[in-house]
Design a protein around this ligand. Structure first.
Ligand code: SF4
Length: 408
């Protein structure tokens, strides 16, 4: 986007807007819901192109990479499809040439006070259900220098919360440095930048880098937020999912994190309804959710994705309504847990970053919550607080998935 802007284009980042000479749709394609959303967005813009509102309609990203031939046949109205590695072709199509002097510069599409920084692309793990390595290939880490340079650019643009992302952050560095380099990366970021919050997203539970524990524990600027997708808990299911951790290792790691990093919240994601998840296996997962009491939880219904190991080797044997009812039941259990945990915040004062205004409220987050996926803190607009800044907020009321407060 930076390259396109530098070439003289004005970019409007709005997936509902169909009022533009050229529209580029960046797609997601790893599970059914994401694919459907991408296709609906493409079809909406095809209609706009047919009405003459759009001249050129380009589609890029994971869905295009994964289903290029099918899309060309089924939706030929799209002017051109690009996969995940064709950035230069997109520039050529727009009549531009890549400018190397802009590498590392970014156009931030969010509110500007937080930004994501991708430290690697692709994944070397072989989870049976997952299409991401098929689309993105094996892990390619960016160098420490490249990441630090981009982080410094983001800081200069006013970013206050840096969110490091990768398919698997704990793998970072193994390909280029032959070691897990995430702890070193975070320490270097702490040294060379002044982000108030650095947040880490997606740490695979096996081979968790032990040196990361003191980095999170001892540095107040690293969010006490550990996002560790365990996907399931029984050895049978973890085996069918071809995960490289077992129940005992997983519980040991989670308990160590709770003990060694006091006050940290632990977020996980789970898959309900993977092939082979009998009532017994599901019951064990439900018991685990009740007893471990994750601070944050996301649950996905299993999606049978072409060419994955699960697709090629198992029948999608759990009916869709059973998958959905398992998702709903797990989230209902979590709702109770979350209500209790949130209740304990009432009367306390928390540091909150205000994200936006929404009706009568200013909406913010604590270090324990990530944008879009976690809960928020709602503060009356009359408080006059400014989005993009940090404040101390006294929590006055708690709901299952939200907190309410006033300036302390
Ligand atoms: S670690 Fe994550 S991205 Fe990699 S294969 Fe497993 S689920 Fe997919």
């Amino acid at each position: 986007m930076k390259q396109v802007e530098a070439g003289g284009y004005e970019i409007v980042h709005n997936s509902d807007s169909t009022d533009a000479g050229t529209v580029i749709i960046n797609t997601c394609g790893f599970i059914n819901d994401a694919k459907q959303e991408s296709i609906d967005t493409i079809l909406g813009h095809v209609r706009a192109k047919q009405r003459g509102d759009i001249r050129d309609l380009f589609v890029m990203g994971c869905l295009a990479e994964r289903y290029m031939d099918e899309l060309r046949n089924e939706i030929p109205e799209v002017s051109r499809y690009f996969g995940v590695n064709n950035m230069n072709d997109i520039l050529s199509e727009l009549g531009l040439r890549r400018r190397d002097d802009l590498l590392g510069d970014r156009t931030i599409t969010g509110p500007g006070h937080y930004a994501y920084l991708k430290v690697s692309e692709g994944c070397d793990r072989t989870c049976a259900f997952c299409a991401i390595p098929l689309i993105r290939g094996k892990c390619i880490s960016r160098t420490l220098e490249e990441i630090l340079a981009e982080a410094e650019t983001l800081e200069r643009k006013g970013v206050k919360e840096l969110i490091l992302v990768a398919q698997d952050l704990s793998w970072y560095g193994l390909d280029i440095y032959r070691k897990q380099a995430l702890p070193e990366l975070v320490l270097k970021l702490l040294e060379s930048t002044n982000f108030e919050w650095i947040r880490l997203h997606y740490l695979y539970p096996a081979n968790f880098p032990a040196e990361l524990i003191p980095v999170i524990r001892d540095n107040p600027r690293v969010c006490k937020y550990i996002d560790i997708p365990v996907q399931h808990i029984t050895d049978t299911m973890l085996g069918l999912m071809k995960r490289s951790h077992k129940r005992q290792d997983t519980e040991k790691l989670l308990n160590t994190l709770r003990k060694e990093i006091p006050g940290a919240v632990i977020r996980t994601t789970l898959i309900a309804g993977h092939p082979g998840e009998t009532e017994t296996e599901y019951g064990l997962l439900r018991d685990f959710v009740s007893s471990f009491r994750f601070d944050r939880l996301g649950v996905f219904a299993y999606s049978h994705e072409e060419d994955t190991y699960s697709f090629l080797n198992y029948n999608d044997d759990i009916p869709e309504d059973t998958k959905q009812s398992r998702v709903a039941e797990l989230m209902e259990i979590q709702q109770g847990i979350s209500a209790e945990l949130n209740g304990s915040y009432v009367g306390k004062t928390l540091k909150v970053l205000i994200d936006r205004r929404d009706g009568e409220f200013l909406v913010g987050r604590t270090e324990y919550d990530s944008p879009e996926v976690d809960q928020e803190v709602l503060i009356p607009v009359s408080s006059g607080l400014t989005p993009g800044l940090f404040y101390y907020i006294r929590i006055t009321k708690a709901e299952e998935f939200d907190l309410y407060g006033v300036p302390a």
